[in-house]
Each structure stands twice: as structure tokens, then as C-alpha cells.
Unconditional design. Structure first.
Length: 85
């Protein structure tokens, strides 16, 4: 099954996550099919916290990709902030 989930990057105690499409049987940080954005939980000031390619996410969901719990939460939060702006 194809899953949209986060792959961890960054250094120790400074996480940075790529939002990727991957086979659910692969390990978290192994290869992926396509990168759909990133999430920086430690963003401060003018740094971008979340960036998503919404058109590609919609494409993969239409193809049957499942969202991880955390990515689903991030998408809902992004939709709320976009509606408020």
C-alpha cells in the first residue's frame, strides 16, 4: 500500500521532516516515490514551518494513497490557516 508520511532528517535534537509518498512496508527514512513538501517543527521568525504541494497530494489521494495520522493533522491545520488568511 502507498502511504503519505514523514521521513525524518536534520541533526540530533533538530528535527526536519520531508513529507513523502512511499511504500508502507519500507523503513521510515528509506527511499521514497515522490517528495510532497516539508515540515520544520522548530521554525522561528521568518522561517517556513510547513510547505506542501497540494495538487500532488490530491493526485496521490485519488490514486489510493493513505495518509499517516500526523500528515492528516498537518493538512487540516494548513487548510484552516489558508481559510483564515
Amino acid at each position: 500500500m502507498v502511504t503519505i508520511r514523514m521521513a525524518r532528517g536534520g541533526s540530533k535534537k533538530r528535527p526536519f521532516y520531508k513529507i513523502v509518498v512511499t511504500d508502507s512496508r519500507k523503513p521510515r527514512d528509506s527511499g521514497y516515490i515522490e517528495r510532497l513538501g516539508f515540515f520544520n517543527p522548530r521554525a522561528k521568525g521568518q522561517e517556513v514551518r510547513l510547505e506542501l504541494k497540494q495538487d500532488r497530494i490530491d493526485h496521490w489521494i485519488a490514486q489510493g494513497a493513505q495518509l499517516s495520522t500526523r500528515v492528516n493533522t498537518l493538512l487540516k491545520d494548513a487548510a484552516k490557516t489558508a481559510a483564515a488568511a
